[in-house]
Design a protein around this ligand. Structure first.
Ligand SMILES: Nc1nc2c(ncn2[C@@H]2O[C@H](COP(=O)(O)OP(=O)(O)OP(=O)(O)O)[C@@H](O)[C@H]2O)c(=O)[nH]1
Ligand SMILES: *[C@@H]1O[C@H](CO)[C@@H](O)[C@H](O)[C@H]1NC(C)=O
Ligand SMILES: *[C@@H]1O[C@H](CO)[C@@H](O)[C@H](O)[C@H]1NC(C)=O
Ligand SMILES: *[C@@H]1O[C@H](CO)[C@@H](O)[C@H](O)[C@H]1NC(C)=O
Length: 446
């Protein structure tokens, strides 16, 4: 996985090269919102006209999945790309709905004896908040609406076997033979079977491979023109890049990914009980309606504690030079606590048993969110990770781990709450790291 991270960096560069087309897309999007407003105002006047337009729009479903080894937080990033594609699809043409891929079977979710597949998005995120951005439904709702567990067409996305032609990067998409071994196989009735989030009855009517190179909306013409069936699933959706990383549409979708209320409440109770932190005192009052949430940069104060995300496991197995030893990390934490006059430190980490023991020895005063086995069964590893992120997001000062998507999602959450960037975009340096570049500040475009 450490491997994969290095692949992620150039994407940002590629995107900045393509920011012209993305800007164009953004302009198109804002234009279409303008249009919607007008047609709504005109609704009572031209009632019949509106209805006939609505009737002409067929209901279609976009499903997607991500490469199995990818973690929770990269998957949240792929959701943003897919939401952007659905917005493009809806602009001209059919009434597309995004079907949320159930959570489960994630490599990092290793708590034993708990059932962690077929988890609906509603357990982790607020569905009404997601729906205020783009139409989404849970997978089980799709089955019910669709009249059975059938997906008309699966498109397995892949790169081009030949790589970049003439060393030149261009956006393109073509139907091509599958490069890797197909993860779907035909059953006796001629349907395709495979991993559909643990829903064993689900079958696909057709599976083909598509080579795609470009931003998510590059798929729009293919889905609108080449394919006419009702439900289409994009597998390996992470192949597609962001339409416009950190642009308005990116942030709209990101802001709509409000954590489920019960998880936020558990995090808030924990802050009050163990960290003397409350929204009123800390200037982190949250609006249930994300469209109204527009905190000024620097307005959030945060609770009187240092928030830390210390990513271990696969990040230390590779002996990465940008990840500190536990000793090095604790030294940094102590110096930050002193600098910001904080007596408390909250640590979110995936460290294993031995490392945790060592960490407790080095930093006996640290506070962690440790659910009982019963609570873990209810919250699941994903819920615990979200609570950890929520508590880190409310700290006075935050420090994360180099190129961890878990830390990146905390940066975004703090940006939404309105923290001063100096208090957010910080990371640990490796013990012997020479140039310890700090994370980039991505400002919200409202
Ligand atoms: N509860 C909790 N879980 C963590 C923490 N750090 C990592 N994890 C777990 O490990 C997983 C790996 O991190 P993710 O960021 O989701 O996975 P990824 O997309 O591979 O991203 P990287 O962190 O960049 O590897 C998370 O989804 C969590 O399940 C932590 O501080 N607290
Ligand atoms: C889509 O259809 C066009 C026109 O028929 C064709 O040229 C193109 O190759 C098709 N693309 C894909 C990805 O099937
Ligand atoms: C499967 O999908 C491909 C690509 O859309 C199409 O060319 C082919 O005709 C489909 N096969 C069947 C049996 O529908
Ligand atoms: C909690 O914080 C408030 C002010 O922010 C302070 O007055 C109070 O003493 C603190 N309580 C504890 C137990 O530290």
């Amino acid at each position: 996985m450490a491997h994969r991270r290095t692949e992620q960096i150039p994407i940002v560069f590629i995107l900045s090269i393509y920011s012209f087309s993305s800007l164009f897309l953004t302009l198109l999007l804002s234009f279409s919102i303008f249009e919607t407003v007008i047609s709504e105002n005109a609704f009572s006047a031209s009632h019949t006209a509106s209805i006939s337009i609505a009737a002409a729009r067929d209901l279609r479903y976009l499903l997607y999945d991500v490469n199995p080894p990818e973690g929770f937080n990269l998957r949240r990033d792929v959701y943003i790309r897919m939401a952007s594609l659905v917005k493009t699809l809806r602009k001209d043409g059919d009434d597309w709905v995004l079907v949320l891929p159930p959570w489960g079977r994630l490599y990092h979710w290793q708590s034993p004896n708990i059932h962690q597949i077929r988890i609906p998005w509603g357990e982790f995120f607020s569905l009404t908040s997601l729906q205020a951005n783009v139409p989404v439904i849970e997978y089980e709702e799709f089955i019910a609406e669709n009249g059975g567990p059938f997906i008309d067409q699966v498109l397995v996305l892949q790169n081009y076997a030949e790589g970049w032609t003439d060393g030149k990067w261009e956006e393109k998409v073509d139907e091509r033979p599958c490069i890797e071994k197909m993860m779907y196989s035909k059953d006796k009735q001629g349907f395709y079977r495979g991993w559909f989030w643990g829903f064993e009855e689900t079958r696909a009517r057709n599976v083909t491979c598509i080579s795609a190179q470009g931003h998510a909306s590059i798929m729009a013409p293919v889905l609108q023109k080449n394919i006419t069936v009702t439900s289409v699933m994009l597998d390996r959706a992470e192949t597609l890049l962001h339409d416009h990383y950190a642009g308005k549409d990116y942030w709209d979708t990101r802001r709509s990914m409000v954590f489920a209320k019960h998880l936020r409440l558990i995090g808030d109770d924990f802050r009050a009980k163990y960290l003397n932190s409350s929204d009123d005192r800390d200037n982190t009052v949250y609006s249930e309606d994300w469209t109204r949430m527009k905190a000024k940069l620097g307005s959030a104060k945060g609770g009187p504690y240092l928030g830390v995300h210390l990513r271990r496991k696969d990040f230390i197995w590779g002996h990465r030079e940008d990840v500190p030893s536990l000793k090095g990390a604790v030294k940094k934490m102590r110096s930050m606590m002193k600098k910001h006059k904080l007596d408390n430190v909250f640590v979110a980490t995936d460290a294993d048993g031995d490392e945790l023991k060592e960490l407790k020895k080095l930093l006996p005063e640290m506070v962690r969110f440790e659910p009982s086995p019963e609570d873990l069964e209810l919250l699941k590893d994903g819920g615990v990770a979200i609570i950890d992120q929520w508590i880190c997001a409310h700290a006075r000062y935050f420090i994360g781990t180099s190129v961890s998507t878990f830390s990146f999602r905390i940066h975004e959450e703090r940006e939404i709450l309105g923290f001063d960037p100096k208090m957010t975009y910080n990371r640990f340096c490796g013990d012997t790291e020479k140039e310890c570049e700090q994370p980039t500040h991505w400002k919200i475009i409202y």
